[in-house]
Design a binder for this molecule. Sequence first.
Ligand SMILES: CCCCCCCCCCCCC/C=C/[C@@H](O)[C@H](COP(=O)(O)O)NC(=O)CCCCC
Ligand SMILES: Nc1ncnc2c1ncn2[C@@H]1O[C@H](COP(=O)(O)OP(=O)(O)O)[C@@H](O)[C@H]1O
Ligand SMILES: [Ca+2]
Length: 489
Amino acid sequence: AVSEIVAVTQGDAASGRHRNDGRWQKMSPRTEEVQEHMSYVERTRQHRWRCSEVTFQCPEGALCRLWVSSITEQLQALAGRPKRLLVYINPFGGKQQGRRVYEQKVSPLFARAGIATHVIVTEYANHARDHLRTQAELDDFDGVVCVGGDGMFSEVVHGLVWRTQSDAGVDHHSPEAELQPCRLRIGIIPAGSTDCICFATVGTNDPVTSALHIIVGDSQPMDVCSVHHNNTFLRYSISLLGYGFYGDVLTDSERKRWMGPARYDFSGLKTFLTHHYYEGTVSYLPARGIMGNPRDRTKCRAGCLVCQHNGRLHQEQRAECDGEWRTVRGKFLAINAASMSCACPRSPKGLSPAAHLADGTTDLILVRKCSRLDFLRHLLRHTSKDDQFDLAFVDVHRVRRFRFTPRYCQSDSELELDLRENGKRLFSQICRDHPACGCAPAYSSWNCDGEILTHTAIEVGVHCQLIRLFARGIEEPAVFEDFTNPCAI
Ligand SMILES: CCCCCCCCCCCCC/C=C/[C@@H](O)[C@H](COP(=O)(O)O)NC(=O)CCCCC
Ligand SMILES: Nc1ncnc2c1ncn2[C@@H]1O[C@H](COP(=O)(O)OP(=O)(O)O)[C@@H](O)[C@H]1O
Ligand SMILES: [Ca+2]
């Protein structure tokens, strides 16, 4: 299909070599012949794309020029293809290879596709966010690309969403505000530690595949959660909002950045062994009248009908259908909100395998206090076919909004009620007053797409399809695809 051609150029046959059906062949130079080189997307294993090239021999220069100009015109007429991109590179993400990955693997492809770029290598945390908020001439670009991990993507989202609301006069501090969708699409070149947003929207963490999705101008809408505390905006979240286990893993791992991506494995093991639970109250608004639920077997894939159906519901229709707020009080090892599957190489099916990228909901996963062995069973199921929610101490709800209040942020009357119910002052209350006593802490932190949140009591709402990515969702492999033949296109 024309939509999967990267570029065409005219060459000549003077080199004496041409390629046919994917194979190089020696040929005698015939100066009257000219060649047309066409680069195109070729699918390989596990959702990876490659840029392949085929050369056509053309008997006459005029005919070849006609071919090239006609195909180039068709490519330029494809509306979704970006022509000018603003690129931010985090040189310290993941294994600190962002700059090399961009220069060696991505920049040559953008040049081949005739895309003009303005590249900024960030010099400090939040450089990209602040540049997008205040300085970037956004009208000059068709999209923004970030080279890094989920943290770098989050910076770009914060900059773009902030700028869009500010231009539209929307007050983002109001938890109820209807936010304006962003015009510019965002591309992710994975060069971070988890890269789960790239993995869950493309199916692989491969810079060349991501660059090709950008070049062909793919578009994937995505939900964004806003996180507030007392009517003050804190952050946006696109992948995981996790309190307890994932919050503690992140807090510990930030002190070990020098280990690179392996810091998460080290801190994951340490946090698992620590086995802390946290008390608090979770209230949530279940999403009703929608297609899909977190325990069904459907997966969000390219062209997802669930996202199309649920995304079409208007805000008022959603509000009419939604159920009553519900409240759960208890002791939790983990409270996770997954607005997408959160699939990544550590867990290819993700935290919530049936979550959708753009359905206006988030999957709230409550893991109540249980034994270490049971928690290990739950964690291990993220890496196997077994259902991680099919356990007595795990609940999952598809929600539009939720709130969390840690126990010792509860109002005096709630606390009094608790004290009367339990008839004693609990340990963790004492710990808050006497942190040196060394027993379990009363509070964890929220892991918000890999960034630590400073507040524990939060209110979260989902903004349906607020942003768009240069991606198309994970493609189902075509039944006729045969990757054993390298020449098959
Ligand atoms: C004993 C076997 C345990 C197997 C557990 C596997 C569970 C893995 C689920 C991973 C979910 C990841 C959710 C992704 C969050 C990212 O946004 C965040 C930041 O990414 P980046 O900026 O690219 O570093 N990553 C994390 O918070 C890491 C969580 C790792 C937990 C082990
Ligand atoms: N030049 C920079 N120096 C220091 N920190 C940066 C820089 N650019 C971005 N950051 C920050 O680095 C953190 C991690 O970035 P990320 O790209 O997610 O890598 P990783 O996946 O390894 O965590 C983010 O908080 C981001 O804001
Ligand atoms: Ca969602």
